[in-house]
Ligand binder design. Structure first.
Ligand code: ZN
Length: 246
């Protein structure tokens, strides 16, 4: 069983009462968690680096590190820590929103913060990190007709690759919304993996295009994080369910 951690923002949380402030993990907490995991013998990896482990070709004390949405604060606060520890990570980008803000969250009252622009994404890549796709527009795939959903999944890969000059081989379903046809689309578009918000660690029999993850929140303490990574506590929580979260 291999845990893939889900992060959003690495930043100080906005004031109490702000919607979804739990999705901000403080920079010092993130750094402390990563340093402890390294000390305990864990190696944090991007989806590409994790792939041989997911496929059962290699074994070790490894975990995936993923960031959803492409926040600039991932580059500012997470990248230096990861680089220092020799960890890698995958950041899932929203193509049409590069250099803008998390506009899709606006209606929910979530604070608008900057997303990486092209040059900043390339700084992320040059530091040894990876980028994946999170669609063109942070789409609600479940609400789109098949042609539109295909465009969001397939075109985002092509356009990100052209624009950034790097391979984009991993996908993440926005809002954790996916249906069986989207899993097939991610496969057909040529992605090597796709991650969901279904909670749990990856089991040998899991489809590479429908991977569960372990969420990390503002208030997640080190001991809880280790517990989530090492125990079966998270496994199966919400499995087979269509999950909705930011
Ligand atoms: Zn997202």
């Amino acid at each position: 069983m291999i845990p893939i951690l889900t992060y959003h923002q690495i930043a100080q949380a906005p004031p109490k009462g702000t919607p979804f402030r739990s999705l901000c993990v403080a920079p010092e907490r993130f750094a402390a968690h990563m340093r402890w995991l390294k000390r305990l013998g864990w190696q944090g990896m991007s989806m590409s680096d994790l792939r041989p482990y997911l496929q059962g070709e290699r074994s070790g004390r490894v975990f995936g590190i993923t960031f959803d949405d492409g926040y600039l604060n991932n580059l500012q606060h997470a990248m230096p820590v990861l680089k220092d520890l020799g960890f890698t990570a995958t950041c899932y980008l929203v193509h049409d929103a590069l250099g803008h803000t998390n506009q899709w969250d606006q209606a929910l009252g979530i604070a608008q913060v900057p997303l990486m622009n092209d040059a900043q994404v390339l700084d992320w890549v040059r530091a040894g990190m990876e980028v994946g796709s999170h669609t063109l527009t942070h789409a609600h795939l479940g609400q789109l007709d098949p042609d539109q959903a295909w465009r969001e999944i397939d075109q985002s890969k092509r356009l990100l690759e052209q624009r950034l000059g790097v391979a984009v081989e991993h996908f993440c379903y926005p809002y954790g919304e996916w249906q069986p046809e989207h899993v097939l689309m991610a496969q057909r578009a040529g992605y090597l993996s796709a991650t969901t918000t279904v909670r749990g660690r990856v089991a040998a029999q899991d489809s590479p295009w429908c991977l569960p993850r372990v969420p990390v929140h503002r208030s997640t303490r080190l001991i809880q994080l280790i517990w989530k990574m090492m125990s079966s506590h998270e496994d199966g929580r919400g499995r087979h369910a269509l999950m909705t979260s930011a």
